[in-house]
Design a protein around this ligand. Structure first.
Ligand code: ADP
Length: 270
């Protein structure tokens, strides 16, 4: 049986109405998010199309950072979304995806948490990152690319030395080999469920409740890093827009938007 993340392998586990009905599979690619942008621009009917690659040669994180991955062992995918939505609401997609991911990983019996805004952590190490990118015109969304990278079956020796303290995989943390195709399908299933709630029923709260319940930062002392400056703060809430509310030492409160902020723990990554 093939262990590639092709449509034929994933489809038996998919229960969605439209996300993942078209899966474009690559053996190798620069970045699935970059390719997804090209597809979103070129193909009008690409809403819900998922791009998956076994390997990325130019994987990206936020703020120009790199995303590293070993070929054939992880999940690297980008979902194209073309909602009728204002740009200001696009940040919510990251929280909806985080809720879906934490649920899927918890279904495997792994205690996963969300490090606001865009990382999933297990035992305080990052096992998954989300990179949401948008194209808009006059404050209206043309498309959203939801990039998801999950470290699934890699060993410790496949994690680059400089990330060893902060990164891990589901296999390392659970000692179980995980079916990439079932997990891929489950993430897409969960994502469509929460995304539809938001889009159709105007219910963002279902996702938010999960983000709050499994937050790795709420009620903790954190560092807010903004353009090389580092401020100590207490994470007090995630508000109804999905923004993090922090309180500084002088009791001043601030709403953090996910775009320019990185969160760090008191000592290490969290
Ligand atoms: P953060 O949310 O930690 O501020 P990003 O979301 O931009 O950062 O993710 C990119 C960062 O994640 C990189 O700078 C690197 O430190 C780390 N990283 C890169 N690849 C991986 C990976 N496969 N697993 C975990 N962490 C990674």
């Amino acid at each position: 049986m093939s262990d590639l993340l092709t449509f034929d392998e994933i489809a038996p586990f998919l229960h969605t109405n439209y996300i993942g009905k078209n899966i474009i599979h690559f053996d190798t690619i620069g970045s699935t998010n970059d390719q997804a942008k090209i597809t979103a621009d070129d193909v009008p009917s690409s809403n819900g199309t998922v791009l998956i690659s076994e390997e990325q040669t130019a994987g990206r994180g936020r703020l120009g950072r790199k995303w590293i991955s070993t070929k054939g062992k992880n999940i690297l995918m980008s979902i194209i979304l073309k909602p009728d939505m204002m740009l200001k609401d696009a940040v919510k997609i990251t929280q909806i995806a985080a809720a879906a991911l934490v649920c899927s990983i918890r279904t495997l019996g792994i205690d996963a948490y969300i490090k606001w805004p865009n990382d999933i952590i297990v035992n305080n190490k990052k096992v998954c990152g989300i990179l949401t990118e948008t194209k808009s015109k006059l404050s209206k969304i043309q498309y959203i690319i939801l990039g998801i990278g999950i470290n699934v079956n890699i060993n410790s020796n496949e994690i680059p030395q400089d990330l060893i303290k902060t990164a891990s995989s589901l296999y390392i943390e659970s000692k179980n080999k995980i079916s990439r195709k079932k997990l891929t399908a489950d993430v897409i299933n969960n994502f469509e469920k929460f995304y539809n709630k938001f889009l159709i029923d105007n219910d963002f709260n279902s996702s938010l409740e999960i983000c709050r319940k499994y937050s790795a930062v709420l009620n903790k002392k954190i560092y807010v890093i903004n353009k090389n400056k580092k401020y100590e703060a207490l994470a007090v809430d995630i508000n109804n827009n999905g923004e993090l509310i922090v309180e500084y030492e002088d009791l001043r409160r601030e709403k953090l938007n996910s775009n320019e902020i990185s969160i760090r723990g008191e000592h290490e990554y969290i």
